[in-house]
Ligand binder design. Structure first.
Ligand SMILES: Cc1ncc(C[n+]2csc(CCOP(=O)(O)OP(=O)(O)O)c2C)c(N)n1
Length: 554
């Protein structure tokens, strides 16, 4: 005989869960009582949004499914932004919420919210469990759904009486088997043949890779194909790290703040091999002008992505790793003597970034890069800080760059970096933040102190909501409507929680400041006062064609 709450904890253990992030409340107390002496680590965050982001950071850094836990009503609602963030970036997550007893469902009971209704459009699947005997199987199925195919968040809502119900006998948990859910892993052989033929014929091919490459562990396969056939590679924000940034075939990031080489190459290419990407508008700009001369091969595990935003010539539904391996196996080494690579290289050389004056954020990121090893995990907040980190840090390995790409969630980075540090306790985890976004989940300094999480926070502090101010400067005639932020004593706040910190206001102090930050054993907050009106360039204005960049460097 076991209670529903016990079956939940047993289920989590059966799935290999070691760490969960959560926040208690009345409706979830039976589960917390079970956690009291369960061999599971529960991390008490300071806000449920942070629990979801921490579980997400844990998942992105480790490749495992992250788990968060909250109470009903306000607790569950506070998870919503974190669940939506994970959904948009296809991150495997299981969120467990307490719910009012089944007898009170729909009565506007105290702390009731229809969380399955609320999260319906932002979860891959969700459950409102009404029979405690089903909990074991629901947990098994939830982890299976979250972690297979196109990964994503799954929610399990447990009414309080279901948690306390006694189950006897305890049903055996079966292998997950879900009618109507069968992800396709092997690409269709005929489509693979067509892709191979197009690669053999192409004169100006380009690989366009995204988060799906990281998720499916296809980084080595991308590199093998690129090297065998001398195809340059452009990466989305989410794909950074899959191919080392300093590899001769790497063009860096594509899109709104992408490199000239990547954006010009996609405009000129005659074959676009899109892998694990979704043709997001931040990448394509005006979609008709994106790869206008190219035949398009699109490889994706999610059939719904193919042809969604851009017509595709060769659709290949499957796991990127398997499909790329199948394509590469059919190809012989190809040289590209037609000048495509030298043209691409010329774009790279002509547009090498020029050093800026003053306390330049790009310089801060480059100095960070010089100090840290390839294993370091860099997490960002959202805004200019995110784009500077993406542009100027040299990512060389998958899962070393964690950022909210699809939803662009300010407040994501700090809790995600805590989750990443729990997943990878022996590696350096550094957060690049803006002063605005850091303040969105700054209370997690409490979690950092309580659990001795040694994350390093580097605030690129411009006293503005910088990215929005940049848009106001460029497109709203410098009318800075509600984007100026008053100065905050971040070092004082950090110290009040018990975290060390230092403020840097002079370019010469950046190096020593970073050295102190990364040389300190525990957590550290480095508040770097950058040039207030530094902008992120190059930039493709919203709705423009991808090669219509403004503010080119130099
Ligand atoms: C939760 C949330 N609210 C609003 C926005 C809109 N937004 C995008 S970037 C940005 C400014 C970010 O400012 P800051 O964190 O200081 O970073 P900076 O751009 O200055 O580096 C805002 C408000 C958002 N992305 N997320």
């Amino acid at each position: 005989m076991k209670t529903g709450a016990r079956l939940l904890v047993d289920g989590l253990q059966r799935e290999g869960v070691e760490t969960i992030f959560g926040y208690p409340g009345g409706a979830v107390l039976p589960v917390y009582d079970e956690l009291y002496d369960a061999p599971l680590r529960h991390v008490l965050v300071r806000h449920e949004q942070a629990a979801a982001h921490a579980a997400d950071g844990y998942a992105r850094a480790s490749g495992k499914t992250g788990v968060c836990l909250a109470t009903s009503g306000p607790g569950a609602c506070n998870l919503v932004t974190g669940i939506a963030t994970a959904y948009m970036d296809s991150v495997p997550l299981v969120a467990v919420t307490g719910q009012v007893p089944t007898t009170m469902l729909g009565n506007d009971a105290f702390q009731e919210s229809d969380i399955t209704g609320i999260t319906f459009p932002i979860t891959k699947h969700n459950y409102l469990v009404k029979d405690a005997a089903e909990i074991g199987q629901v947990v098994r199925d939830a982890f299976y759904i979250a972690g297979t195919g196109r990964q994503g968040p799954v929610l399990i809502d447990l009414p309080k009486d279901v948690m306390t119900a006694q189950v006897d006998p305890v049903p055996e948990v079966q292998e997950a088997r879900l009618r109507g859910y069968q992800p396709t892993y092997e690409g269709h052989p005929r489509q693979v043949e067509r892709a191979v033929a197009l690669i053999q014929e192409a004169e100006r091919p380009l690989l366009y890779i995204g988060g799906g490459v990281v998720a499916s562990g296809a980084a080595a396969e991308v590199l093998a194909l690129a090297e065998l056939t001398a195809i340059p590679v452009a990466s989305t924000l989410m794909g950074l790290g899959a191919v080392p940034c300093d590899h001769p075939l790497s063009l860096g990031m594509i899109g709104m703040h992408g490199t000239e080489a990547a954006n010009f190459a996609v405009t000129e290419c005659d074959l676009l091999i899109a892998v694990g990407v979704r043709f997001d508008d931040r990448v394509t700009g005006r979609v008709e002008a994106f790869a206008p001369q190219a035949a398009v091969v699109h490889i994706d595990i999610d059939p719904a992505e193919i042809g969604k935003n851009k017509p595709v010539d060769v659709p290949i539904v499957g796991d990127a790793r398997l499909v790329l391996a199948a394509i590469t196996a059919k190809l012989a080494r190809q040289e590209r003597g037609n000048g495509w690579l030298s043209r691409v290289r010329r774009w790279q050389e002509e547009n090498a970034p020029a050093p800026a004056a003053g306390l330049d954020p790009a310089g801060v990121i480059r100095q960070m890069n010089a100090l840290l090893d390839d294993e370091a995990i860099i997490v960002s907040e959202v805004g200019q800080n995110q784009m500077w980190a993406a542009q100027h840090y040299c990512f060389r390995r998958p899962r070393t760059w964690l950022t909210s790409g699809g939803l662009g969630t300010m407040g994501y980075g700090f809790p995600a970096s805590i989750g990443a540090q729990f997943a990878c306790p022996d590696r350096t985890v550094a957060l690049v933040a803006g002063d605005g976004s850091f303040q969105m989940n700054i209370q997690e300094l409490g979690t950092v102190v309580e659990y001795k999480v040694p994350v390093k926070v580097v605030i690129l502090n411009n006293l503005y909501l910088g990215m929005v101010r940049q848009w106001q400067e460029l497109f709203y005639d410098r009318r800075y409507s509600y984007t100026e932020l008053s100065p905050v004593d971040f070092v004082g706040i950090a110290r009040a929680y018990g975290v060390e910190g230092r403020r840097v206001e002079d370019p010469d102090e950046v190096g020593p400041g970073l050295e102190e930050c990364f040389g300190t054993e525990g957590a550290f907050v480095l508040d770097v006062r950058i040039e207030r009106e530094a902008n992120v360039f190059p930039m493709v204005p919203a709705g423009a064609a991808i090669n219509e960049m403004i503010g080119r460097r130099g």
